[in-house]
Design a protein around this ligand. Sequence first.
Ligand SMILES: [Zn+2]
Length: 254
Amino acid sequence: MKITFLGTGTSQGIPIIGSTHPVCKSDDPRDRRLRVSALIEHDGFNYVIDCGPDFRQQMLREEVTHLDALLFTHEHADHTAGLDDIRPFFFRQGDIPIYAHHRVVGELKKRFDYIFKTEDRYPGAPAVAITEVVNNESFDLNGLKVQPVNVMHADLQVFGYRFENLAYLTDVKTIAEEEKAKLKNLDVLVVNALREEPHYSHFNLEEALDFVAEIKPKKTYFTHISHLLGFHAEVEQKLPENVHLAYDGLTLEL
Ligand SMILES: [Zn+2]
């Protein structure tokens, strides 16, 4: 299995439009972060977690030629706004399988009604095949077992996903004890760390580090990063052993 970080930025991406913040002006490519998303490759199949506004650029950059499923964590725009750009995959492959919580499917239907219509469809519109994800019910993607992990983004439920010994969690602020129990014996934990200052709906760096100390994965990569966290190279030096900042284009083999 392989994970490629398609985007590691928080909702506005880095650089932020019009910002003169030094991190937004950085020459280090690791400080340029598209909206958060990841590609999981397993047995020749490609699965993408979330489909934000940078999805098209991400698919082009990683030269993704087929998409076997999209898994959604939640409905916020930085995780869903690129859904129309599944069109090239749809034209070649037919209906694209999507996996999401019942509530998220409802939100996608509101925002992209033309994708979900069954009658009087616009000829160029893409279509999807929906599977609703239910907590405590693992599902199978062509032989890859996927375990949903329920986390809370302030008051909003969000799904993280565990694939074998890799767990991908984003937009976490709190997580129940019974959900933490699903995160034992991880080789790699991916989790959000926004900035140093506290935030009402995201782990800050300290909360993310406390979570890592509790879960004890072999390695951790932080994602969903704000420019306010600082320069990649400087933050990376301050982190404990086996804890890293992810960056766009980073690939890990598991
Ligand atoms: Zn987000």
